[in-house]
Design a protein around this ligand. Structure first.
Ligand SMILES: Nc1ncnc2c1ncn2[C@@H]1O[C@H](COP(=O)(O)OP(=O)(O)O)[C@@H](O)[C@H]1O
Ligand SMILES: [Mg+2]
Length: 243
């Protein structure tokens, strides 16, 4: 569903931020990009979500490329990032209606989807409150509901549990597991290895714009020749990080 081939990205002439990244994510799979701040996770996710072009290399969503099939790709992907903020003066209901119109979702379907996702995330009592009166967790849950309003087969979530308390965080991770069961192809980034360890079928450890290790949790632990995923992460990081 998602395919990256030798993707490079330079923001400036002096420095390459993404240094040749390749991987594939399939239906019913959760793929995790795990790496410290500055590794290049958001840069990669933004390129997969077609918000930015790679300097070189290829990115395909279901065989489509952002160069020519932009609208078609947008219907297939749901993108969540902390970089985009909800309008503080709007309300969950208004935002939901706005994005539903953008995606041409029929009225009846919209109502069912809104009721379902607002109930699931406990948004219903806040549906007509101003965004700036809501908690961080509630805003994040609204962002998630909106990013998936068009039921996209591909889910791209940049640090979805960042800054959330443990209960909200669990609601989000449970939801991702459910989407996986339904056959969505999911890519998520995180700097929290317990999140990666719990959720992901496959993990790529990203260090300084390169994949330093890739595989299941078990494979990465074996490859690093240590006893735990936490130890494997630090060992791989130290071995690959350039000052
Ligand atoms: N718009 C930009 N212009 C220049 N450098 C950037 C820009 N966005 C990110 N970077 C740099 O690229 C590197 C990777 O950043 P980012 O993709 O945000 O990493 P992560 O999400 O893993 O924390 C960092 O060194 C960051 O400073
Ligand atoms: Mg980031």
């Amino acid at each position: 569903m998602i395919r990256l081939v030798d993707v490079h990205k330079s923001y400036t002439k002096e420095r390459e931020t993404i240094k040749g990244v390749s991987f594939e994510v399939h239906e019913g799979q959760i793929f995790g990009l795990l790496g410290p701040n500055g590794a290049g996770k958001t840069t990669l996710m933004q390129m997969i979500a077609t918000l930015m072009k790679p300097t070189s290399g290829k990115i395909e969503i279901d065989g489509l490329s952002g160069d020519k099939d932009l609208l078609e790709i947008h219907r297939k992907i749901g993108f969540l990032t902390n970089e985009i903020k909800l309008d503080p003066m709007s309300t969950p209901n208004n935002l939901f209606n706005f994005f539903a119109e953008l995606y041409d979702i029929p009225e009846k379907e919209l109502k069912d989807r809104r009721d379902e996702s607002f109930a699931r995330f406990g948004i219903t009592p806040f549906a007509d409150k101003k965004i700036n009166e809501l908690s961080t967790g509630m805003k994040q849950k609204i962002s998630i509901a909106i990013s998936l309003i068009h039921n996209p087969p591909v889910v791209i979530f940049d640090e979805p549990t960042n800054g959330l308390d443990i209960l909200t965080s669990k609601q989000v991770t449970d939801y991702l597991k459910e989407l996986k069961e339904k056959g969505h192809a999911i890519i998520l980034s995180t700097h929290i290895f317990s999140v990666a360890e719990e959720l992901c079928d496959e993990i790529a450890i990203l260090v300084d714009g390169k994949i330093a290790a890739q595989g299941t949790v078990g494979e990465i632990i074996k490859q690093a020749d240590v006893e735990s995923f936490e130890k494997a992460f630090f060992k791989i990081y130290v071995e690959n990080h350039i000052e």
